[in-house]
Design a protein around this ligand. Sequence first.
Ligand code: APR
Ligand code: PHB
Length: 385
Amino acid sequence: MRTQVAIIGAGPAGMLLAHLLHRSGVDAVVLETRSQEYVASRIRAGILEQSSVDLLTSAGLGDRLHAEGFAHRGIYLRWPGERHHLDFVDLIGRSVWLYGQTEVQKDLVAAGTASVEYDVSDVALHEVATDRPYVTYVDASGTARRLDASVIAGCDGSFGPSRAEVPGKTWERTYPYSWLGVLADVPPSTDEVMYAWHPEGFALHSMRSPTVSRLYLQVPNGTDVRSWSDQRIWEALATRLGHGQDGWKLTPGPITEKSVLPMRSFVQTPMRHGRLLLAGDAAHIVPPTGAKGLNLAIADVALLAPALIALVKENDPTLADRYSGDAARRVWRCTHFSWWMTTMLHLGDDPFDAELQLSQLRWVTSSEAGATGLAENYAGLPIGF
Ligand code: APR
Ligand code: PHB
């Protein structure tokens, strides 16, 4: 088989890339190890920067997002005795949307523009430093296949095989805590996302719809989800989110899903080797505190799609040559922001750090300069930044 662009991975990065290539008349085949049902139902984060919304809208993927997504003006920051709303629209004139990654994924599948082979195995990349790269794999029926391409896009997440084919460096940071995430069938107790610092650990109240809440608790690494009963979860959320303070109440409800999410940061540089270019989690992971993962994947693809179109249609490598440098600059900005939000809000073991965190929280909620810096990063910088 032959295609112009072989895409490894059918997450949001791979599917959005296939969609944009298709709209410009470039053929692509997407190879995915998981089933279509698995990929479409994974629960992930839910915040889209304005530039992500603009890109999805201009790519014809915005109908359901505009009908069912929620435009938020900002976020709440809370710590014992304090609750502050940062209004990003007032501060910088743009903000974020609440629309689940699961929904973005469904919209990409529904567009029907990507040609995807699900349930493949043994995916291996070959000759990526030459002009004739190819991929070998075993298809869903067990038949060995070879896919030749002009270029390969590695969109296979942090555990896929693409990153190992790119010589360079993986910069890494681990964090001494994880998140316990729950989905609950209960109307959110907050109108916008609430981040809470607390001496017992961080908590976050987000939502998926007017009837479904998404909540998180800081837990130690290695936590067994079975040690957290529903009752223990609601009690910890009530304490950390400040139930009963300044008239705010947390309404508990039936928990429908629970899982422990470890946290790390990594950045692979460069993001390209010859005819293999990486995008999304294949090239970088951020901790979820700034909700940047999906937005970074979308921003990568916004640069990668035009670069690949120019390369395969006009044999013009100019944008492809700039891709890694341009993408990595934004990745490092978001890596810093995600690290900063994470370390400002999570309980560590040094009381000195706790005082620094509280001082920083007071600054970002009382100084316009501090608030504006947070807003600009949270709501996202323009795609080309
Ligand atoms: N061959 C083919 N596909 C693979 C392979 C492989 N060997 N290994 C992994 N994959 C698939 C995974 O099953 C997954 O569907 O690659 C896809 C990668 O998708 P994501 O993990 O969703 O990554 P990405 O598309 O970059 O999206 C980034 O996902 O993890 C979140 O926070 C992150 O929101 C961000 C978004
Ligand atoms: C979510 O809605 O899942 C979410 C929101 C904000 C974050 C992380 C996750 O920072």
